[in-house]
Design a protein around this ligand. Structure first.
Ligand SMILES: Nc1ncnc2c1ncn2[C@@H]1O[C@H](COP(=O)(O)OP(=O)(O)O)[C@@H](O)[C@H]1O
Ligand SMILES: [Mg+2]
Length: 238
């Protein structure tokens, strides 16, 4: 069997002496979508920071397609095909949508796919009518589509998305969900974290509950809501 697209073994992150991520094991197959759910402060973003290379883990291993990348910086993991959409806004706010796509296409690693120009990329994520708009004037849903499109134009083999549905209305959530599904259908392994439980479960193949930095449960999306740990430690707290 081939190696998982993304794998973590015994991953730990300690910040200011406090264990935030605690011995997390994770295995993500090409073409699958994994949703990481859990209360605020559970450690989802910190786990992602360690997976993408923004933060060095205190212990444990991260592998991309079987290659140990634990000590590699973010840019080197990007070259191996890792895409990253952070929780906080990351567009070039003073530049137009067209400029945003053109800039990221110019620096895209491993490579821009299909040699599509910025206009074609904007159309692909439903932003054709916003090409000349400054990115700072986009709605939340439009901004998320720009951030996702910009990550997807590098043809990532793994895409880590932190709260792709945050602050979006149902229609915008559906569009983002469809883009993630499309990426998975092309073979990309998607990992997302979100509080939009219904949307995350609708789009994923596997749902993990993270509590206090530990994976408490790993289930199918259909079974997630009935898991005792989920009811006791997550859904009951919403
Ligand atoms: N740089 C940091 N230094 C110390 N503690 C941090 C730092 N960043 C996050 N934390 C703490 O780590 C915990 C997990 O945060 P985070 O990973 O953002 O959780 P989540 O994304 O699940 O909401 C929180 O208690 C937060 O206060
Ligand atoms: Mg977070």
């Amino acid at each position: 069997m081939s190696a998982p697209a993304l794998e973590a073994r015994g991953l730990e992150v300690t910040l200011d002496g406090v264990a935030i991520v605690r011995r997390v094991d994770l295995s993500v197959e090409p073409g699958s979508i994994t949703a990481l759910l859990g209360p605020s402060g559970a450690g989802k973003s910190t786990l992602f920071a360690a997976l993408v290379g923004e933060r060095r883990p205190t212990a444990g291993v991260v592998r991309l397609s079987g290659v140990d990348v634990t000590r590699e910086p973010l840019w080197r993991r990007a070259r191996r095909g890792l895409g990253w959409v952070p929780q906080t806004p990351s567009v070039l706010g003073d530049r137009t949508v067209r400029d945003n796509f053109a800039t990221f296409a110019a620096v895209a690693v491993p490579r821009p796919v299909d040699r599509l120009g910025p206009d074609a990329w904007a159309a692909r994520v439903g932003l054709a009518h916003r090409l000349d708009a400054r990115a700072s004037t986009l709605s939340g849903g439009e901004r998320r589509r720009l951030e996702l499109g910009r990550a997807l134009l590098a043809a990532p083999t793994v895409l880590v998305c932190d709260e792709p549905f945050a602050g979006l209305d149902p229609a915008a959530c559906a569009t983002i969900g469809a883009l993630l599904r499309e990426a998975a259908a092309r073979g990309c392994a998607v990992v997302l974290a979100d509080h939009h439980v219904a949307q995350a479960l609708a789009v994923c193949d596997r749902a993990l509950l993270l509590v206090d930095g530990q994976v408490a449960t790993s289930t199918t999306p259909a079974a997630f809501g009935d898991e005792p740990a989920v009811r006791a430690r997550y859904l009951g707290t919403l």
